[in-house]
Design a protein around this ligand. Sequence first.
Ligand SMILES: NC(=O)c1ccc[n+]([C@@H]2O[C@H](COP(=O)([O-])OP(=O)(O)OC[C@H]3O[C@@H](n4cnc5c(N)ncnc54)[C@H](O)[C@@H]3O)[C@@H](O)[C@H]2O)c1
Length: 358
Amino acid sequence: MEFTVDTLALISINYSAMEFKDTILYDWDSRLEEIANDASDIVVLSDSNTSVYCLPIFKERFKHEFKSIEIPSGESNKNLDTAKEVWKKMVSFNLDRNALMLTLGGGVVTDLGGYCASVYKRGIDCVHIPTTLLSMVDAAIGGKNGIDFMHLKNYLGTIRLPKAVLIDPTWLYTLPEKETRSGAAEMIKAALIYDLTLWRKFQQITNIQGFCDRELIQKSVAIKQEIVMRDPYEKGLRKTLNFGHTIGHAIESFYMKSSAPLTHGDAVALGMLLETKYVSKYVDPSSGVYEEIRPFIEMHYPTLPKLNEENIEQIIRYMLGDKKNKGNVILSVLLREIGSPTWDLELKPDEVKELLRH
Ligand SMILES: NC(=O)c1ccc[n+]([C@@H]2O[C@H](COP(=O)([O-])OP(=O)(O)OC[C@H]3O[C@@H](n4cnc5c(N)ncnc54)[C@H](O)[C@@H]3O)[C@@H](O)[C@H]2O)c1
């Protein structure tokens, strides 16, 4: 076989895809011990809640000595100031390049911890131990790390695969219900873009706790895994994971400053609803997706609070700042039919404004 630049590129993608497949584990203690044995030092990053609910259990399960770093919980702390505090601690612990970072927490901890690890001394190994539903099915999978910057979501970041992602649904026993609802939105998104059968299963769930089922979690993880493996560099298919996020992120950013911020999943659920409504209204009136998902989303998620013109302008400004845009054109995922998304659909600001008014 003659190696051309293209085949070499393909081989390197396949290799990283294989590597990625092996990183996700459901039965984890022995693998974690193995990884830990190779590390010169271990630091566990948790937040003020997972330090209470998860760290004591983790300590009982994990045989190695480790150092701890705790950050305050919540999205408002996924920023440069917190990252700086983490790096300062890492320096004070004198961690070398063979040190290992374990992130024990939700998406804020895995995103920020993965980011801090990926740039410390040009990158040390990291293992994610996601403890929220959202981080199990989404945030910890796929190697995207990052922090928010100037109220813009995930504006600074890196792409670097963790050494492993250890998924154990038993962490979810202590998770507040609104956080379960938040994670469920990403599972719903995965089913809507990729797996009609899974969506049909979800439709039968009447209590949000039903999403914490091990098998449903594994199916949702497998969808994200498959999409990331098929398009590791986000040239096309991987963009479909942003379904619901173009409008959802803008709504989330808008509510971030309010006294009652929406969870990421609540915002994504509203985003999925509005983006499918956009399709019905402006792109393809024969698509029945909006009508199909609406009763389910409205049963499980809060409705969008009434917005005034100034609020709507602000949300559009956030959408215009979305990093997936091309120039001033807002790009989004189009879902005409469940399981068959397309991407790079232009959302016209005036039409989105109209949707947000009703
Ligand atoms: N990197 C990616 O590909 C990706 C994908 C999706 C979302 N994200 C990011 O994930 C973040 C949201 O993640 P999240 O919803 O997990 O939020 P989070 O990390 O803020 O966790 C939610 C809350 O649950 C608490 N908590 C965590 N585990 C707990 C447990 N077992 N018991 C009790 N309380 C617990 C946390 O302290 C926090 O208060 C966002 O910043 C989003 O941008 C990243």
